[in-house]
Design a protein around this ligand. Structure first.
Ligand SMILES: Cc1cc2nc3c(=O)[nH]c(=O)nc-3n(C[C@H](O)[C@H](O)[C@H](O)COP(=O)(O)OP(=O)(O)OC[C@H]3O[C@@H](n4cnc5c(N)ncnc54)[C@H](O)[C@@H]3O)c2cc1C
Length: 289
């Protein structure tokens, strides 16, 4: 399959990219990152942008840096580079672990952190990670830069709070102590997950002081398992309290079924993988002490 004809530009700065998006808004101009989602959509004629603004030559979008307690990843950092970055391993181990589940190495060599988050597939790993880590998404448009909390960023399947004429430039992950774990169930390794669970659990002694748990694949957007977070916080978790926390989270879920898994299947998997993710994060939190 071939895409319909389109115009193409490869700006070298964010300002130039934003200007081009504005100038060609009538042509449904779209940012092109790694092309691992957009190009197949174009080939199947499910997306027909008349103008592609390729972000690959914008060096300022390829930086990984740590400022105090915040790890900042430029939108055009490739998934494979983030996966193997010592700064990511230190600043956001949850992200490093989740990246190993995203597609296959050749796709991770082209796909980008910003592209995955901007694409906002409900089954994708990185949106759930951004939610669990309370990431901040920096977008730049004609009015300048603004920062959007992950909790406000994912507004529907494949839909984000990025406005017309804006591009995502950077993802900021605040450093979290404690244990972090990403687990998922997929039909085969590298496929999109039926259910993914991102857990961050902080402890003081044996008691949980803070829990942040997000799921992918169970709703049109990644969701926080707020009932499980509340149930765990302040407890010294044991088998019964973890089970109660998982039950509380699952009671709030009603994933829609599709060809890959019915509502019941996804709910059962969520129950099992929530437990697995919580236990792994707790073990890691205890190992860090
Ligand atoms: C076979 C296959 C298997 C896959 N499996 C998985 C998987 O298991 N898990 C998973 O999460 N993903 C999976 N993917 C998707 C892959 O991870 C993509 O790389 C990712 O979703 C999109 O990243 P990209 O950089 O290629 O973005 P692109 O495809 O270039 O862009 C995707 C969308 O985001 C927009 N966009 C990109 N960057 C920006 C920006 N900076 N600002 C504003 N908008 C922007 C584009 O306009 C487009 O609408 C798979 C892809 C393939 C082909």
């Amino acid at each position: 399959m071939k895409p319909p004809p389109f115009h193409y530009a490869a700006p070298t700065s964010v300002a130039e990219a934003v200007a081009l998006l504005g100038e060609h808004a009538d042509d449904d101009a779209r940012a092109l990152a790694g092309g691992q989602s957009l190009v197949p959509l174009m080939n199947f004629r499910l997306a027909q942008p008349g103008y592609l603004i390729d972000l690959r030559r914008i060096e300022e979008l390829t930086r990984i840096r740590t400022d105090g307690d915040v790890l900042s990843i430029g939108a055009m950092v490739r998934l494979s580079r983030a996966e193997h970055s010592p700064e990511v391993a230190l600043g956001a181990p949850l992200l490093a672990e989740a990246l190993g589940y995203v597609a296959h190495p050749p796709i991770r060599n082209s796909g980008t952190v910003g592209g995955s988050i901007a694409h906002a597939d409900p089954a994708a790993e990185l949106p759930a990670v951004a939610l669990a880590l309370d990431a901040e998404l920096v977008v730049v448009g004609p009015q300048g830069a603004r920062t959007i909390a992950a909790a406000d960023f994912f507004v529907g399947p494949f839909t984000t709070a990025i406005g017309a004429g804006e591009i995502l430039t950077e993802v900021r992950f605040p450093r979290r102590d404690g244990g972090q774990a990403f687990v998922e169930f997929a039909r085969t390794h590298g496929n999109f997950a039926l259910v993914g669970v991102a857990s961050v659990i902080e402890t003081d002694g044996d008691a949980v002081t803070r829990a942040a748990i997000a799921l992918s694949g169970v709703a049109p957007v990644p969701v926080r398992a707020a009932a499980a977070e509340r149930a765990l916080t302040g407890t010294v978790p044991d088998d019964a309290s973890i089970r109660a926390a998982v039950d509380a989270a699952v009671a709030g879920l009603s994933p829609s079924g599709d060809a890959h898994g019915s509502t019941e299947t996804r709910t059962d998997i969520a129950r099992s993988y929530l437990r697995r993710g919580i236990e792994l994060a707790l073990t890691r939190a205890q190992d860090r002490r």
